[in-house]
Design a protein around this ligand. Structure first.
Ligand code: PAF
Length: 317
């Protein structure tokens, strides 16, 4: 199959590499320095060993792109423009995977795909909850930084192999990713949101890998954020017990102990972060239920300040 990975940073590149190894013709659409390095030398994936995977890469979408499926792996703040450009470039709508963190972006993607010429874009969009971690090392080099899985929404009827969900279920599994389809997909989105709300801001502010959240003082900071997110989840109708939410946090912190969270990687690279679709969205939804998330609001403010400060620093290319 021809698969385009739009926004190939750490996670998109890792997914692209595994899909290419499984025999698909993968095109990474990435920032110029990464695309140039991959096109020239292949993509190096570090794990315990180091593998070089040959695949196509570009920084410019061609005008008449032919593909059978797309992975939209840009960060949430880039989704509207990236989905619009993808729809304009592809010769027809294709099943499109959306493995983003956070909430509240699907409507914007739908509108952008429609603006790019797709009729009924929702029929092609496959939201996913991804916990497979990846770390950006340098242009052309990423690290597979632990274990995770990909959750997909279970269709009301069992998905057929040709349906968008069925297609991603098959190709991702064949490429070696643990994949599960889940009936209560929204609940799983919230489950991941609880974890991201606790892990991402604390690791980003403290500059530490995820595993540090298993120790003090980071643990108490993460737990305070987790409890606020949990109150919001309950107010929004998603009931998780505190024991369950802490167990999820510990499991993911352990499984991705060596990983630098995506928010920390963004701050490191002087890029915008997903703070709005994670903590910002929680604060807004909590407020709609009369709740004030003091710790979440404060850490989100600090992240916003850091983004502004790091954007002013000269950035490595
Ligand atoms: O955003 C991230 O970094 C990831 O969602 C996760 C699972 C927290 C691993 O680092």
């Amino acid at each position: 199959m021809k698969i385009v990975v739009m926004g190939a940073g750490a996670v998109g590149s890792l997914f692209g590499a595994r899909l290419a190894e499984a025999g698909h013709a993968v095109l990474l659409v990435a920032r110029p320095e990464h695309a140039a390095a991959v096109a020239a030398h292949g993509l190096t994936v570090r794990n315990r060993t180091e593998t070089v995977v040959r695949l196509s890469a570009t920084s410019e979408l061609p005008p008449h792109l032919v593909a059978d499926a797309a992975l939209l792996t840009v960060k949430t703040f880039d989704l509207p423009s990236a989905s619009h450009r993808l729809a304009r470039s592809l010769d027809r709508p294709v099943p499109t995977l959306l493995p983003q963190n956070g909430l509240g972006f699907e409507e914007a993607v739908r509108a952008s795909l429609t603006g790019g010429g797709w009729v009924d874009p929702a029929a092609w969009m496959v939201p996913a909850v991804n916990t497979v971690p990846a770390t950006w090392i340098a242009p052309g080099v990423v690290r597979a930084a632990g274990t995770g899985e990909v959750l997909l929404p279970q269709a009301a009827d069992p998905p057929t192999p040709g349906s968008p969900v069925g297609l991603f279920e098959r190709v991702l599994r064949e490429a070696g990713f643990p994949v599960r389809t889940v009936a209560e997909f929204d609940r799983e989105v919230w489950r991941k949101l609880l974890v991201n709300a606790a892990i991402n801001p604390v690791t980003a502010i403290r500059g530490v890998p995820n595993g540090r959240l298993l120790r003090e003082p980071e643990r108490s900071e993460a737990l305070a954020l987790l409890r606020e997110a949990l109150r919001t989840a309950r107010a929004c109708g998603h009931d998780f017990s505190e024991t369950e939410a802490i167990a999820d946090l510990d499991r993911i912190a352990q499984a991705t102990a060596e990983n630098r969270s995506s928010m920390l990687q963004d701050l490191d690279r002087g890029r915008p972060t997903e703070i709005e679709s994670i903590s910002g969205e929680l604060v807004r939804r909590a407020a709609a239920h009369g709740l004030d998330l003091t710790a979440t609001r404060a850490i989100a403010e600090e992240i916003r300040r850091r983004v502004v400060r790091s954007a002013r620093r000269p950035q490595p290319s």
